[in-house]
Design a protein. Structure first.
Length: 462
């Protein structure tokens, strides 16, 4: 690494990849990217107060330069984060890594809110979980930080191991092994292999390593044999160390259950929507218990830990009483099924509509899985199934194969057409679920419904 930065150029602010986020003492990381070259914005970053630029070509600013383009800039960013991770760990901070095919972001958000009661906590915004977002999150920590909660994602074997070398976790949480990215991995066995890299990276039990595993997922439970860390399990069965009993959903789709942890029990009512949140909450409870929180304190913290990241079971009540559940950030077969179950719970006694887009990266199983989701939606008795986009067409085909189904199935080309179809059909107090992979852009449906205002007159005209 070379450059024009001087010993007096001290980075005392945030590390940013967007020059608009630069401020006094920050380090601006210049990446070429596909659309713009960050080096062209180096001067603007310095003008905003950045102390230096990390990049791969000369700029008119104090700079640390590497050879090899973006790949080497990202590698240098990782090395900086590793140095910070080692320093804060030596000062007493704990790093927690969370992985799984689904639920990572919500679990990370919940855990960060719970641990923040015990001390200053750093966690990424949204799904900042790759080779860039991971080190940027670590670099937000300082000597005051008590906890760093990291979401660890993978699109191939070795990715999680790499992220764990940047910020070695003491506690690792594996939520589930599902079908997300099946097309990239080639099968669930490969997905399990990749997710298990987290527990393999943990320190051994004598040095405080803890692997928090979902006892209800056989592929996750089997990871106990891949770690030297102490294993703590969570689930709904009697053998789990941290358990939920008597799970039920209220009228708003929020789970209530009895939490058993550390020989204590407490009643929990979650502030997030969906039965699938129970396992996310149990994972949080298991980690919180490792840091000394008792069952009652955990229950109280979970009751106040609400949704943070956008478009994940985000519930909006429109002026006419229509409920819109925006779960459009991402989708896989498991999360689709969970969302449909939640729709049924929320819509009890009301009409239910499901707006579904395609599930990306399922590989050769794509048609089969989309048809299965269509059957689930039909069997759930939705009053209207709106299938968005050509790639999602097998959902409609699956629904059509269910004998005696009620309601109608409508295929539309895009989000705007989905909004139009809904506004022709919705009545006051209906419930609408919007769900699809991120590339489908179905958040536009939820936003379009909100922008359309009250739908009562349109609904009553039917």
């Amino acid at each position: 690494m070379s450059g024009s930065a001087r010993p007096t150029d001290v980075v005392a602010g945030p590390v940013v990849v967007d020059s608009r986020g630069a401020g006094p003492g920050s380090l601006f990381v210049a990446l070429r990217g596909e659309r713009v070259d960050g080096h062209d914005f180096a001067a603007a970053a310095v003008e905003a107060g950045a102390a230096a630029v990390l990049g791969s070509r000369p700029v008119d600013a104090p700079a640390l330069l590497v050879d090899g383009g973006d790949d080497e800039v990202v590698a240098a960013l990782g090395r900086l984060a590793r140095e910070v991770a080692e320093r804060i760990s030596a000062a007493g901070a704990d790093i927690v890594g969370i992985t799984g095919s689904s639920g990572k972001t919500t679990t990370k958000d919940l855990l960060a809110q719970v641990l923040d009661r015990l001390g200053p906590t750093v966690a990424p915004a949204g799904s900042f979980n790759n080779e860039i977002g991971h080190p940027l999150t670590v670099l937000r920590a300082d000597e005051r930080t008590r906890f760093v909660v990291l979401e660890v994602a993978a699109r191939g074997i070795g990715h999680i191991a790499h992220l764990c070398r940047i910020a070695p976790p003491r506690i690792g949480v594996v939520l589930n092994v599902g079908s997300a990215h099946m097309g990239e991995f080639g099968g669930k066995e490969a997905i399990a292999q990749a997710k298990g890299e987290l527990v393999e990276a943990l320190p051994d039990a004598e040095r405080g390593g803890v692997a928090v595993l979902n006892a209800d997922d056989p592929a996750v439970a089997a990871m106990a044999g891949r770690t030297r860390a102490r294993v703590v399990t969570f689930g709904t069965g009697p053998g789990a160390d941290v358990r939920a009993a008597g799970v039920r959903l209220d009228a708003a789709g929020r789970a209530e259950f009895t939490l058993a942890v550390g020989g204590e029990t407490a009643s929990v009512r979650l502030a997030v929507v969906g039965e699938h949140q129970v396992h996310n909450a149990l994972a949080v409870a298991a980690v919180a218990a490792e840091f000394g929180m008792g069952a009652r304190d955990i229950a109280a913290a979970l009751a106040e830990a609400g949704p943070v990241s956008r478009w994940r079971m985000e519930v909006t009540e429109l002026a006419d009483g229509t409920t819109v559940v925006n779960d459009a950030y991402n989708a896989n077969p498991e999360s689709m099924a969970a969302a449909l179950r939640t729709l049924g719970s929320i819509a009890e006694g009301r009409r239910a509509f499901a707006v579904l887009g395609h599930m990306a990266e399922l590989g050769e199983r794509s048609r089969e899985e989309h048809e299965r989701i269509g059957r689930l939606a039909a069997e759930a008795g939705v009053d209207g199934l709106i299938v968005v986009g050509e790639e999602a067409a097998p959902i409609a085909e699956g629904a059509a194969g269910v004998e005696g189904r009620r309601g109608e199935t409508i295929a539309v080309p895009d989000a705007a057409a989905a909004v139009a179809a809904l506004t022709e059909r919705l009545r006051p107090k209906d419930v609408v679920l919007v769900k699809g992979s991120r590339v489908a852009g179905l958040e536009q449906v939820a936003e379009g419904l909100s922008a359309a205002g009250p739908l009562a007159e349109q609904g009553e005209a039917q």
